[in-house]
Structure formats: structure tokens, C-alpha cells
Design a protein around this ligand. Structure first.
Ligand code: GBH
Length: 457
């Protein structure tokens, strides 16, 4: 006929992995079913002590509204529903995490393997593959078995024996699922779970005062797991193993703050990225910064430096928002972070859309750590809904968030950044850690009404 055909050309490379992400504790529920052991998030969300009763005798919980992950999205029982959602959205990959205490209820293999847990993840992996969806599997997304935190390695990530215990668990995962899983993330956002869980005490397990030592252990844990894959599984399984780091973009307020903003990037991202993707050791600037602040930075041995260097097959990045960095004499490290009033707000106080910050961050990472050598996957990006009552997907604000952030990523790719995939956070609204169900990051809306039970005994 005479109608002209419109040919749409995707500006993204063939095989680009578009996907959606979740994490076990945030969606699974079934917290004590089929032999699952407790994790630090069960303990943290259920706990209220005397100090958590206010003057009116009301309970104040660690998590907003005393929410817990007891039921969450009920994904342990409703995998078929999740699969249908994934198929319907046409994604190429699904990023999910394994619940350590569902697989190994007491933390280690010799204390027992929970076959129900193994079967649950086997079914997920097999169904995904059957539907041409690549499983992108996070080994640890914050739900440390209570037994490990309290008994096996008292103090959890603060205890130096945690790195070997984690590597053993990672090896169990490679052995159980690695014949089919070819994309592994060892740790999700070590900076966040250490700083908030072991230093500031605002996430599980609610410990305070441990930053440098616990951060150090996460590097050793990741590297040991990576090297375990190298020596025992890579030749036969032929997959890739990486780490996912959280980073904001830190923009200097004026040229005067260039140095400070660079140091902030060093502290937030370079802490992990430089040992793993760079020299194998902490950057000289970071060492000086920590020393100037009168703190003791743990030191790697020469052997550890050699093992750190290059211990990742890709660079996993979780990115949401940007900060402005300005000088502040009375502040830790003599800097403070602020936001621009003109930036729009979202459902989360810490998150404002600043798409240009995403482009700058991607280009910074490429220049510094070379995404041709270490391909970059955006393993999380998204925003929470401004309207908690919204019950359909007519959320133009978040559609715009995604459009502008994906465009920013595309500009970075045109400028040479090697991005291989992009996973939106999240498949569906879920347990938003200390914010409970009060913030909604899902591309699917979830009705939690009447489903969230609070443990009372
Ligand atoms: C990611 O963390 C996590 O990987 C994911 O599990 C999470 O659901 C998602 O982002 C959305 O938050 O409320 O002001 O006390 C991102 C890091 C950790 C930053 C929690 C904000 C709470 C700040 N986020 N933190 S506040």
C-alpha cells in the first residue's frame, strides 16, 4: 500500500539487559515457614525493648509503623504471580537475592541445608530460563542469618571471621545454582549496610560505632568469594561475578569545593572501587583523609592487595540521587552534603531526581576505573511514589524519572561509558527496610492492607 512503515531503531545495543530488581527479605515473607532460619532483619523488625516504649506506653519500633517482612509481598508462596508480572513487562533479566537463612538456616552448610529453600530458588531459576529471562542473582542483600550475627561470628560484619563464612556461603550458592546462574553479585551496597547497620544503628542489626573495621571485612569477603569462583567454578560454569556499590553523585557547590567533593566520592565509592577495580589498595587521598580525621584505616597485606586487584568481572552500580558538597569546619571530614531546594521531591526524604548527576557519575566511574575493562551494570535505579494511595500505574512523575534517568545513561554511553544493563528498582512495592511499607518503589502497586501482621509474642 502507500502507507509508510515507521521503523523504530533502538538506541541501545543488541543484547542490552533491561530488567527489574528485588531482594529476598523485602518480598518473600514466609519468615518461619519450611525451615527458614531467622535473619538480623527478622530480629530487628520484631524487636521492641523497654527503651522503645514512650511515655504513653506506646511501642516505638525499629521500623516505621512496626512493620516487618513476615509476609511482605508473599513471594515465597507466589512465585508464579511474580513470574507472570516479569513476563508481562518483557524484561530480559530479573535481579533477585537469595535468603541466606532460607538456604542455610544456621548460617553454615555443616549445620544443615534447607532443601525447601534450594527447591524454591531452583524453580525460580528454571522458570526464568525457560522464559528467556536471565537470572541476575545477588548472594547477599542484607539478611544475615541471626546465628551468624550472634553465635558463629559474634558481631556479624564487625567480626573478622565473617569473610571466610561469607565465602563458604557464596561457594554453596555457586555449587547449588551455578550450573544455570551465570551472573552473580556478591554483596549489595556494602557501604549502606555497614554504615547504617553497624555504625549509625538505623538498620539491622542496629549496632553503632563500627565503620572502618566492618567496611574492611566486606572487601575481604567479596574478594574471597570472587577468588573461590576463580579457583573452583569459573572453568566449568563460565559465569561472571561482580559487586554492587551504592553511590550518589557528589557535585561541588563551587570550584572551591572540587577537592572536597572528590574526597567524598573517595569515601563513598572509592573505598571499595579502588581496591577492587583500581590499585588493589585504598587510594592515597583516602588514607590521608582518614588519618587527618584521627581515625585508623585498616591496612591490607601485600598478598591481600594482589588478590583485591581485579577481583570483579563487572561494576554493579545502584544509583538514585545527587548531593551538593560544601565546606563545613565543624563537620566530620570538614564537609557537608546538601540538596537544592529547586530539585523536585519524591516519597523518600533522601531522594530527589537529578538526572544529570547520573550522567556525571557514570562518566566519572568510566574515567577512573575503565568500564571497557569492567563493564557496568546499573543494578538499581528508581524513585518512590509521591502518592501513597496511588493504585494504578498512572504515575507520570515516576515515568518522567525513568525517562530522564535512562536518557542520562544513554548520553553517558554515547560519551563512551560501557553500560551493559539497567535494572529498575523495583518489580513491585515492597518492605522498604526501616521505612517499612510506607515508601513505594514498585513499578507494580501492591495492596498490603490486612496482609501485614505484627508479631506480638
Ligand atoms: C537501595 O538502597 C537498596 O539496595 C534497596 O534494597 C532499597 O529498597 C532501595 O535502595 C531503595 O531505598 O530514610 O533518610 O533514613 C539505597 C540506599 C538506604 C538510601 C536507606 C536511603 C535510608 C535513608 N538507601 N537509606 S533515610
Amino acid at each position: 500500500g502507500n502507507s509508510r512503515e515507521v521503523i523504530e531503531v533502538s538506541p541501545f545495543p543488541e543484547g542490552f539487559l533491561w530488567g527489574l530488581a528485588t531482594a529476598s527479605y523485602q518480598i518473600e515473607g514466609s519468615w518461619r515457614e519450611d525451615g527458614r532460619g531467622n535473619s538480623i532483619w527478622d530480629d530487628y523488625s520484631h524487636y521492641w525493648g523497654k527503651e522503645n516504649i514512650n511515655v504513653n506506653g506506646e511501642q516505638r519500633c525499629n521500623v516505621d509503623k512496626c512493620h516487618t517482612g513476615d509476609i511482605a509481598c508473599d513471594s515465597y508462596k507466589q512465585w508464579n504471580r511474580d513470574l507472570a508480572l516479569l513476563k508481562n513487562t518483557n524484561v530480559k533479566t530479573y535481579r533477585f537475592s537469595l535468603s541466606w537463612s532460607r538456604l542455610l538456616p544456621y548460617g553454615t552448610e555443616d549445620l544443615g541445608v534447607n532443601q525447601y529453600g534450594v527447591e524454591y530458588y531452583n524453580k525460580m531459576i528454571n522458570d526464568l530460563l525457560e522464559n528467556d529471562i536471565v537470572p541476575f542473582v545477588t548472594i547477599y542483600h542484607w539478611d544475615l542469618p541471626s546465628e551468624v550475627q550472634n553465635i558463629i561470628a559474634p558481631g556479624g560484619w564487625v567480626n573478622s571471621s565473617i569473610s571466610d563464612i561469607f565465602a563458604d556461603y557464596a561457594e554453596f550458592c555457586f555449587r547449588a545454582f551455578g550450573d544455570r546462574v551465570k551472573n552473580w553479585i556478591t554483596l549489595n551496597e556494602p557501604g549502606i549496610f555497614v554504615d547504617q547497620g553497624y555504625h549509625e544503628g538505623i538498620m539491622a542489626p542496629g549496632m553503632k560505632g563500627h565503620m572502618l573495621d566492618a567496611r574492611f571485612n566486606t572487601i575481604l569477603a567479596h574478594v574471597k568469594a570472587y577468588r573461590r569462583y576463580d579457583s573452583k567454578y569459573r572453568a566449568t560454569q563460565k559465569g561472571q561475578v561482580g559487586i554492587t556499590l551504592f553511590s550518589m553523585w557528589n557535585e561541588p557547590e563551587t570550584n572551591q569545593e572540587n577537592q572536597l567533593a572528590a574526597l567524598k566520592m573517595e569515601l563513598d565509592l572509592g573505598w571499595w572501587a579502588e581496591p577492587i577495580f583500581g590499585s588493589g589498595d585504598f587510594a592515597p587521598g583516602l588514607k590521608k583523609m582518614i588519618a587527618d580525621a584521627g581515625k585508623n584505616l585498616p591496612t591490607f597485606t601485600d598478598e591481600q592487595i594482589a588478590l583485591n586487584k581485579g577481583a570483579s568481572d563487572f561494576f554493579g552500580l545502584n544509583h538514585y540521587t545527587t548531593r551538593i558538597i560544601r565546606a563545613c569546619n565543624s563537620c566530620e571530614f570538614e564537609l557537608e552534603e546538601v540538596e537544592c531546594d529547586s530539585w523536585p521531591t519524591t516519597g523518600s526524604v533522601w531522594l530527589r531526581p537529578v538526572p544529570w548527576g547520573f550522567e556525571k557519575l557514570l562518566e566519572f566511574i568510566h574515567k577512573r576505573w575503565d568500564t571497557d575493562k569492567y563493564p557496568l551494570y546499573v543494578t538499581e535505579n528508581g524513585a518512590s511514589s509521591k502518592d501513597d494511595g496511588l493504585q494504578d500505574l498512572n504515575d507520570q512523575f515516576r515515568v518522567d524519572y525513568y525517562k530522564t534517568y535512562v536518557s542520562a545513561m544513554k548520553r553517558a554511553m554515547i560519551n563512551g561509558v560501557n553500560v551493559k544493563g539497567y535494572m529498575a528498582w523495583s518489580l513491585m512495592d515492597n518492605f522498604e527496610w526501616a521505612r517499612g511499607y510506607t515508601e513505594r518503589f514498585g513499578v507494580h502497586w501492591v495492596d498490603f492492607n490486612g496482609k501485614i501482621k505484627i508479631l506480638t509474642n
